[in-house]
Design a protein around this ligand. Structure first.
Ligand SMILES: *Cc1c(COP(=O)(O)O)cnc(C)c1O
Length: 443
């Protein structure tokens, strides 16, 4: 089909995510992508774009990694879907074991058995992985002697997904405010990434835990990088301090690693940077490498055991695609590629170049603030405009003309490319970001 016809149908029928549709229909000339390979998107005019955000942080191994495509087609040839109700299958069983074996703390003798993340609950996406964790925590306390524990502590600028539950624990105003009356009550503390360090955020976490120990079901956080809130980065020391504070009152720490998990920060999980084992850990996005939606919530043996006994104590929760064999088979292959291609080692080698490039850009280009980088994420701000500001979009246009797909978060310009992006392509990406920022900075 011709490019123009595709856009015609799209503008008549497709309601795009996070998009002001009137402006989109009137003004936007969307990329029409017809294929993708490695770090590149290919459009209907035969142009190639470097995918600077791994298609919303998903394709950490690049697009259509041949081993993932093979794992998908081989699995599809025997079993594409079956429910997990009274049924199991090899991909779900083996993936569960493989995740438990690499989960934070799995290799540490000092972590007691009840703290090990040895149980896996399957769902479809990051929002549901978080929803599962919230429900597990709430139900655990409801039936294990602390029924008033229904409130969560969460961070300003947190993003945990789009269901009403995961939005409730979120802290980004534009995603939250309109739904205010539908959301459940949480305790918001400042972002640990705010200027001046994480001490203020932590003292509020501690104060809330101390003031309401009987009410707090858990603390939820995106360890080390608050992604959708604007690539806000903070020290792993905050995660460690929160872990100690939650242990002191015996409540849960929920690590939402939907963005940071699977090597984005250079460690397998961002909590590994802090040496912390959470009670619940959410993974999605990179877990299935961009082939299909797939998510897990890892739970400690203790959380799991809180649901045993009478039938009424079970977690009555599930999704139609729980443990989907295609997703599980692809996720197993993702883990295998990480092992065989030393993906974490690649991140550790490439990360300093991203950091140096963003620091230099902020030094040399007027108006840029807060250069920051962790692992395969680099970001810089164009000056305090927030999510709905538009200078970021001018950088997007400038980058697009240079063959980069560089979608901003408001006035935060960032890259989160595939972890295995070849060095030469990373150089092109960093140079393109710099040129685009210079162009917009000029006026
Ligand atoms: C993207 C994201 C989610 C939501 O994941 P979806 O798959 O989009 O539902 C949740 N938490 C974090 C940290 C995310 O980055």
């Amino acid at each position: 089909m011709e490019r123009a016809n595709i856009i015609g149908l799209d503008k008549q029928h497709v309601w795009h995510p996070y998009t002001a549709m009137a402006q989109y229909i009137a003004e936007t000339d969307p990329l029409v992508v017809v294929g993708a390979e490695g770090p590149y998107l290919l459009d209907a005019d035969g142009r190639r774009y470097l995918d600077a955000n791994s298609s919303w942080w998903v394709t950490t191994l690049g697009h259509r990694h041949p081993r993932l495509v093979r794992a998908l087609t081989e699995q599809a040839a025997s079993l594409a879907h079956v429910s997990l109700a009274g049924i199991t299958h090899e991909p779900a069983a083996r993936l569960g074991a493989e995740l438990a074996a690499i989960a934070p703390g799995a290799d540490r003798a000092d972590v007691p058995a009840e703290q090990r993340l040895s149980r896996v609950f399957y769902s479809d996406n990051g929002s549901t992985a978080v929803e599962v964790a919230i429900k597990m925590a709430a139900q655990y306390w409801a039936q294990n002697g602390r029924p008033r524990r229904t409130r969560f502590i969460t961070l300003t600028e947190a993003f945990h997904g789009e269901t009403v539950g995961s939005t409730s624990v979120g802290g980004v105003k534009v995603f939250r405010d309109v739904f205010g009356p539908l959301l459940f009550d949480v305790v918001h503390v400042p972002s640990p990434a705010e200027e001046g360090g994480w001490a203020r955020a932590f003292s509020e976490v501690e104060a809330a835990l101390r003031a309401h120990p009987e009410e707090i079901a858990g603390v939820i956080l995106e360890p080390v990088i608050q992604g959708a809130g604007g690539m806000l980065m903070y020290s792993p020391d905050f995660v460690r301090a929160v872990r100690e504070a939650t242990r002191a009152v015996d409540t849960f720490l929920i690590a939402d690693e939907v963005f940071t998990g699977m090597g984005r920060t250079g460690a397998r999980f961002a909590v590994d940077l802090a040496g912390v084992v959470p009670d619940l850990l959410c993974l999605a996005k990179a877990l299935s490498g961009g082939l299909l939606p797939f998510a897990v919530t890892l739970a400690s043996e203790r959380v799991f055991s809180g649901f045993l006994g009478e039938k009424s104590r079970a977690l009555y929760y599930g999704h139609s695609y729980c443990g989907n064999p295609l997703g599980a088979a692809v996720a197993r292959e993702v883990l295998a590629v990480y092992r065989d291609e030393d993906v974490l080692g690649q991140v550790v080698r490439k990360a300093p170049r991203i950091q140096a490039a963003f620091e230099r850009m902020a030094r040399e280009i007027p108006g840029l603030t807060r250069p920051r980088a962790v692992g395969m994420v680099g970001a810089v701000d164009l000056g305090g405009g927030g999510y709905l500001a538009n200078r970021g979009w001018r950088v997007y246009e400038a980058a697009r003309r240079r063959g980069l797909y560089l979608r901003p978060l408001g006035d935060t310009v960032y890259i989160a490319p595939p972890l295995n992006i070849p060095d030469a392509a990373l150089d092109v990406l960093l140079a393109g970001v710099e040129d685009s920022l210079r162009e917009v900075a000029k006026d």
